[in-house]
Write a protein that binds this ligand. Structure first.
Ligand SMILES: [Zn+2]
Length: 322
């Protein structure tokens, strides 16, 4: 079975057969459930007035402003119920896009703050999320991450993250947003508690900051995996550290390019990381903004001529090993 999948994957890339590639199982282990889906469908559905979808964000704050536009609500003061339905509809769009692209395993990032859309009831939240997951049974394995926005006040984070950790619903913990704020030391205790609860530990690091920040995040938070981590490619020592400790980087090439951290697919450091024995996966991050599906990301890399189809198949298979 595995050999057939790999054979089809290699053939699909080498012959440019996108339809065949979509039939080969893939994992998307770095994406944000509230920012998946198709941009045009969402804008039309919500009646949003967003004309500029330039896919180019020279400054991280430009990106954050764009995210705010996607989330902007047509009503002045939405009720929890309206917010709840809207966020679940975004999650559904993320899962639908994954299924349509042939992704079979997804680790969607769910922001702990959605608890407020359920008026603080973790039971209601889990019931709704579980019901949504059940719609995809047999088509898409959903292993949710619970995420913290690192720029938020710690008391707000603790108020929502602990009920989520204790719920047992989430498979992994993550922290995201502008990594120039919210140092890993501030999150150490939460990560320890999540580890005790048996969760996998991930964190965004090395998207904007340097290789030393990647290593520091891994050491302070005892991470199993790093979301992005591309800055590690600038340091042979940090790459050796990641390789020796089997720390996987869950990379999103289009996101890195559109956020102007990397110039092009040709110059993306994923090549350097692979050459230095670092385990990597390829993922979508925020498909609603970056406009690229999992299958597109693999084609984009293959078309640089810098990767063999067999190498990219190893990257594909990494997504299923944790
Ligand atoms: Zn991300």
């Amino acid at each position: 079975m595995k050999n057939t999948e790999s054979g089809n994957f290699v053939r699909a890339l080498e012959t440019g057969d996108r339809e065949l590639l979509r039939r080969v199982p893939r994992a998307d282990v770095h994406n944000h459930a509230g920012l998946g889906g198709d941009f045009n469908t969402w804008v039309a559905q919500e009646g949003l007035d967003i004309k500029d979808n330039s896919h180019h964000f020279p400054d991280f704050t430009d990106f954050q402003k764009f995210v705010d536009k996607i989330y902007s609500y047509p009503n002045e003061n939405p009720t929890s119920k309206q917010n709840r339905e809207r966020i679940l509809s975004l999650y559904r769009a993320t899962y639908d896009l994954a299924v349509s692209d042939g992704v079979t395993l997804i680790e969607p990032g769910i922001d702990a703050l959605i608890l407020d859309f359920f008026d603080g009831s973790v039971e209601d939240m889990i019931a709704e999320l579980t019901l949504l997951d059940s719609e995809y049974k047999g088509r898409l394995e959903i292993r949710p991450d619970v995420g913290m926005i690192r720029v938020f006040p710690m008391d707000e984070i603790e108020r929502t993250i602990y009920p989520c950790i204790e719920s047992g619903y989430f498979a992994a913990l993550d922290v995201f947003a502008d990594e120039r704020h919210g140092p890993p030391e501030e999150f150490r205790q939460i990560y320890r508690d999540a580890k005790k609860a048996g969760m996998k530990l991930k964190a965004h690091a090395g998207e904007l900051l340097d290789a030393d920040f990647v290593r520091r995040s891994v050491e302070v938070l005892e991470l199993d995996e790093v979301q992005h981590g591309i800055a590690a490619a600038k340091s042979p020592e940090v790459m050796r550290f990641l390789a020796d400790n089997g720390i996987r980087l869950n990379i999103c090439p289009s996101s890195n390019i559109q956020l102007c951290q990397v110039e092009s697919f040709k110059t993306h450091p994923i090549r350097i990381l692979m050459d230095n024995g670092v385990k990597v996966t390829v993922n979508t991050d925020d498909a609603i903004i970056f406009g690229q599906k999992s299958s597109d990301e693999f084609f984009n890399l293959f078309e640089t001529g810098l990767y063999t189809a067999v190498e990219l198949d190893m990257v594909r298979l990494n997504g299923f090993k944790d």
